[in-house]
Design a protein around this ligand. Structure first.
Ligand code: SAM
Length: 377
């Protein structure tokens, strides 16, 4: 998921962007236009009980020393998070809008109880709801049952390794008291809670780093054993000046090892729904070519929008695209209705800010019907 997010300042590519071309044709691109076709990635709250050092929201300890002041920069410090009333007001306005699906993320959306009320309002507005979570809140009494009752459509749980110790190193909880074991317990609680009912569909998202391509198939095997429905491995995306960039981000030399794992996953998905062949191709292309380039016919700013915890609205969560947004184009959900906010969107956009982040957007928008079992796998 993601998940995400503008974070550290992004650089402007020094060379003119190379065209990356049209994004791959996803299954539902052939569908006739729909009245509601927008996916909103809504980072509802900033705080999270996990302290992943690669997180799009930056590192809490660093931000405590000097919180980012730039517009569009995310932080786990919630000083600018909107209050419940403002979130509800916008959620109510979705009823009469072209928004089809809301992916709730953060920060951690399920650590804040009013999220359940916001979910109800979004569902009452006729939208699909998918939640991106670290999974631990699902172990708390009543949370999983409530998500089932509310008719949540999908729950994507983050898990970065099949090995508990490795996962808890990559995704450390702030307390040090919860991790891999509680994440799996949360998934199992949700699967039991939904019983034979229709939903939600449950999936695992894995951030793939260069030193551990094997997690692609290892986590898939674990996901199948646990009984989840879908699985999305996604490449880590970090700005080049991030302290973990060299250690964790792929280079072209990593393509063969990643490709081998992705092919094995495709050949034997173990009953899991995967994002599809086009996604796999884009995953490989993104790590083969270094960041930067142009995407023609991008869905960011057309079928995808990103809302940050402070209510600011962006065409896409990519930090580069956020940094390139002129002040005059900045918008907010505060005091406005979704129908008005999304009235003048183009059919697609021509974006010059291709990065690995782009790969992670496909499953949220074009791949979601497949992950949610709305079309053949
Ligand atoms: C920011 S989290 C928020 C939701 C929730 N707290 C969670 O842990 O899943 C959303 C997703 O973004 C992923 N993510 C965070 N930083 C990332 C990065 N630098 N590159 C790729 N994915 C990242 C997380 O692993 C997670 O799957």
């Amino acid at each position: 998921m993601a998940p995400r997010r503008a974070r550290r300042p992004s650089r402007t590519p020094s060379a003119p962007p190379r065209p990356v071309g049209r994004p791959p044709v996803w299954p539902d691109e052939t569908r006739p236009p729909r009245e509601r076709d927008i996916t909103l990635l809504w980072a509802l709250r900033s705080p999270c009980s996990f302290g992943c050092p690669h997180c799009y929201f930056g590192e809490l300890d660093l931000d405590k020393a000097g919180p980012p002041k730039e517009v569009g920069m995310l932080s786990h410090i919630p000083v600018r998070d909107l209050d419940h009333a403002a979130l509800e007001a916008f959620a109510r306005s979705l009823a009469d809008s072209p928004v089809e699906r809301v992916v709730l993320a953060g920060g951690e959306p399920l650590d804040w109880l009013p999220t359940l009320s916001v979910i109800k309002t979004i569902k009452d507005a006729g939208c699909e709801v998918v939640i991106a979570t670290n999974g631990v809140p699902l172990t708390r009494p009543g949370i999983a049952r409530r998500l089932v009752e509310l008719g949540v459509d999908g729950v994507s749980v983050s898990l970065d390794s099949a090995d508990a110790a490795v996962n808890d190193r990559l995704r450390p909880s702030r307390s040090g008291r919860v991790g891999h074991r509680e994440v799996l317990a949360g998934i199992r609680t949700l699967l039991e809670g939904r019983g034979d009912g229709a939903g939600p569909r449950v999936g695992i998202y894995t951030v793939v780093i260069r030193e551990r391509p094997q997690e692609i198939t290892d986590v898939a095997r674990l996901a199948a054993e646990v009984g989840v429905d879908y699985y999305v491995p996604q490449p880590i995306s970090l700005p080049p000046d991030h302290k973990l960039f060299a250690e964790r981000c792929h280079t072209a030399a990593d393509v063969p090892a990643v490709e081998e794992q992705l092919l094995r996953l495709q050949q034997d998905p173990g009953g899991l729904t995967l994002p599809g062949t086009a996604y796999i191709r884009q995953f490989l292309a993104s790590i083969a070519t270094q960041d930067s380039g142009r995407i023609e016919h991008c869905f960011g700013g057309a079928q995808l929008f990103f809302v940050q915890p402070d209510g600011s609205v962006w065409d896409c969560p990519s930090d580069r695209r956020i940094a390139a947004t002129p002040p005059a184009a900045r918008r907010t959900i505060v005091g406005t209705e979704a129908r008005t906010l999304f009235a003048d969107r183009p059919v697609c956009t021509d974006c010059s800010h291709f990065s690995r982040d782009c790969v992670n957007m496909g499953p949220l928008v074009l791949g979601m019907p497949r992950l949610l079992g709305r079309e053949g796998t």
